[in-house]
Every structure is written in structure tokens, then in C-alpha cells.
Write a protein that binds this ligand. Structure first.
Ligand code: DP6
Length: 399
């Protein structure tokens, strides 16, 4: 039990991000350096976020971490890599300055508690928000002000993109030490206010984790190598243009093509990896039929290493698309909790669109939809009540 006041306690939040140009494959597993650059959209923290508290105190005898209320093994290599990196940056900063604002902080152990406001089992990219939040919170508690891409990346590659709001690219870099493999904002969250993101949760856990999956793909898929070398560079430039010019049809088409190519590399992996299930494919067909009916690309899907679809569309299309999903996957008794997040004004499904969808309904195929939008990067919470750890450095009962 701590007897002295903690040296510092900081609580921050960080967002989930969804890649529209996918990261899949490392050229250096230890440093988490990717074989291609990637680009993502940061989702709003009102709907999806991780909250993390870090406390340092002279009284702590070891580093400890609690995730969603349960104590976890702090010895995990990725966690250790993040802690090592942040302390290394803090040491560098101290050595380069006259006075250290936290003189003895570096010799102190840290206690960390982290919670998500969304179910981990939903297969959403919780590790990206989690490690971005860890990096950001540790940086505040240790007084580090430098770029945190490396710290977050060492936890999970995609986490470095959650360090910024809006539209974010992770430049693969060229250096062997990874110093130029950094995340950077392409456009702020205010840039494209009409953009909406819908997460269609079919609530299954993924079978093959990203780290293991991408290792197998790097070792066996010639398509992945072709993608990284010959496809992604031009796509990165084109995606940045689509975002800059708010060109939704081109943004949507490229998003779908890149998701499809990522899943094609999974199938090209030997033995093959398959993340999409029957519901994923029904959603893919629904999106293409919806777009064909309108004679315009109004909706896009993308899938990460799991079966849940993430949909991009504009605010004027959300209600009609939700009506189409409702028709394709009727919710049954949970109708009143089917839609979460931003309000959607109810809209009827026209007979013409219903006919164009040509779908036999699959009741319960989609468990619920989270409606959200583009959001800001990590935030510091000033209110001490927000701390997940008490003055004794242990989780507060509610955490
Ligand atoms: C399919 O960042 O989870 O979501 O670096 O091994 O932790 P590690 O992998 P991770 O991979 C994410 C892969 C993806 C695509 C993406 O987010 O770019």
C-alpha cells in the first residue's frame, strides 16, 4: 500500500482507427516496421475509446497493469517494449535539459489501468486504441514531449495511427532503426464533417490474430509482396487526394478495393487465412447492390482481421442504408438496442430498393450497429475523478 502521495497521476483517452489502406506485414518484427505505408480514419471517442490512468510513486515496488478491471502480466514483451521506450525517451529528455520536472520519476515504478467503452469481444481494433492510450498517458506522466509513434508502434503497429485525430497516415519509412516510420495527420477531424462510420457487429471473435496472420502472409504470399511494392504506394497518394478533395465515390471505391486486396492476400497465404464469414459476404453484396441501385458509390465497406464490417457513407445516406441493413438482418427482440451511437432518423425502405437488394433476410446476422463519425486524437482528462486508480495506486472499485 502506498504511504506517500503519488509523484504523478495522469488519465487520458485515445481513439480507435480504421484503415482504408491496410497495414499487413512487417519487415522487422522486433521494431514493428511495416512492409507498406497505411492510412486510416480516426473514429470519434464519444462512441469508441480507451481510457488509461498511469500513476508513479516511490512506494511502488513493481510495474503493474490492469485491463478492464483485471490484472494482467506486465512482463508481456509488447508492454515491456513500450515501457522501455518511454523511459528511454524520458532519460534522453532529462539529459538534454538542465532541470528535470520530475526528478525521481525515472527510478519509480508505474501502475497502469485501462478500460474500453466498447466490448473487446466485438473484434474492434482495441489494441490500437489501447497502446496509443498507453503511449500517450505514459508520455504525460514521464514528461516526454517527442513523437510517440515508436512507443505506440512497439505495442501494436496500427496503434501509432491512433495518436492523431482525423485522417492519419503511417509512413513505412526506410531506415533500419525505424526512426522515420512515423504516423502523421493527413487532415484534421473537421475536414470532412459529413463522413459517417457504421460498425456492423456480428460479435464473433477472430480466429487468427493479426500478428500471427501477417507473419504467415509475409512468409508465404507472393501477392502480399506485389501489393506492398507495386500497389500500395500509388494507392496512398490516391487516397490522400480523395480525402483532400472530399471525393466520396473515389474514396469509397478505393477503400473497398484495398480491403478486398488485403483479404485476397490472406487467402493467398499458405495455409490460407479467412477472416470473412457468410454475414460479411452478405454485407458486401448488400453494399454493391445498394450502390448499383443508386447508380453511384454511396457506401463502402472495409474489414480488418475479423468478420465485422465497417461502413463509410455520408450523413444523407445513413438512414436509408440502416433501413437496408435492418431489412437484410432483422434484429428481432433487440430492435430498441440495435442502433447505438449517433441518432439516426428512421427511414422506410422503398419497394424499389428492397427489390434491388434481392436478399432473403438473415435474422440476427448483425447483432447491432454503432453509428459514429471522424473524431479527434488522444485527450488528457483534467478531472481527478476520472482517474481509474486511487491514491494508493490500486483500481478504484468502479474501474
Ligand atoms: C488488418 O496493428 O493489430 O487491422 O502490429 O502485429 O499488433 P500488430 O498488428 P495490428 O494489425 C492491424 C491490421 C489491420 C489493418 C490495419 O489496421 O491497418
Amino acid at each position: 500500500m502506498a504511504s506517500e502521495k503519488p509523484l504523478a497521476a495522469v488519465t487520458c483517452t485515445a481513439p480507435v482507427n480504421i484503415a482504408v489502406i491496410k497495414y499487413w506485414g512487417k519487415r522487422d518484427e522486433e521494431l514493428v516496421l511495416p512492409i507498406n505505408s497505411s492510412l486510416s480514419v480516426t473514429l470519434h471517442q464519444d462512441q469508441l475509446k480507451t481510457t488509461t490512468t498511469a500513476v508513479i510513486s516511490k512506494d511502488f515496488t513493481e510495474d503493474r497493469i490492469w485491463l478492464n478491471g483485471r490484472e494482467e502480466d506486465v512482463g508481456q514483451p509488447r508492454l515491456q517494449a513500450c515501457l522501455r521506450e518511454i523511459r528511454c525517451l524520458a532519460r534522453k529528455r532529462r539529459n538534454s535539459r538542465d532541470g528535470d520536472p520530475l526528478p525521481s520519476s525515472l527510478s519509480c515504478k508505474v501502475h497502469v489501468a485501462s478500460v474500453n467503452n466498447f466490448p473487446t469481444a466485438a473484434g474492434l481494433a482495441s489494441s490500437a486504441a489501447g497502446y496509443a492510450c498507453l503511449a500517450y498517458t505514459l508520455a504525460r506522466v514521464y514528461g516526454v514531449e517527442s513523437d510517440l509513434s515508436e512507443v505506440a508502434r512497439r505495442g501494436s503497429g496500427s496503434a501509432c495511427r491512433s495518436l492523431y485525430g482525423g485522417f492519419v497516415e503511417w509512413q513505412m519509412g526506410e531506415q533500419a532503426d525505424g526512426k522515420d516510420s512515423i504516423a502523421r495527420q493527413v487532415a484534421p477531424e473537421s475536414h470532412w464533417p459529413e463522413l459517417r462510420v457504421l460498425i456492423l457487429v456480428s460479435a464473433e471473435k477472430k480466429l487468427t490474430g493479426s500478428t500471427v496472420g501477417m507473419r504467415a502472409s509475409v512468409e508465404t504470399s507472393p501477392l502480399l509482396r506485389f501489393r506492398a511494392e507495386s500497389v500500395v504506394p500509388a494507392r496512398m497518394a490516391e487516397m490522400a487526394r480523395c480525402i483532400r478533395e472530399r471525393d466520396f465515390p473515389s474514396f469509397a471505391q478505393l477503400t473497398m478495393k484495398d480491403s478486398n486486396q488485403f483479404h485476397a492476400t490472406c487467402l493467398d497465404t499458405f495455409p490460407p487465412i479467412s477472416y470473412l464469414n457468410a454475414i460479411s459476404w452478405r454485407i458486401i453484396h448488400l453494399v454493391h447492390r445498394f450502390n448499383a441501385h443508386h447508380g453511384d458509390t454511396k457506401v463502402a465497406y472495409t474489414f480488418d482481421a475479423g468478420p465485422n464490417a465497417v461502413i463509410f457513407t455520408l450523413d444523407d445516406t445513413v438512414a436509408e442504408f440502416v433501413a437496408a441493413v435492418w431489412h437484410g438482418f432483422p434484429p428481432g427482440s433487440n430492435g430498441d438496442t440495435f442502433l447505438k451511437g449517433l441518432q439516426v432518423r428512421p427511414a422506410p425502405l422503398s419497394a424499389e430498393l428492397q427489390a434491388a437488394l434481392a436478399m432473403e433476410p438473415t435474422p440476427g446476422g448483425v447483432k447491432y450497429i454503432i453509428v459514429t463519425q471522424v473524431g479527434p486524437g488522444p485527450q488528457i482528462l483534467d478531472d481527478p475523478c476520472a482517474h481509474l486508480l486511487g491514491p494508493d495506486g490500486l483500481p478504484k472499485p468502479a474501474a
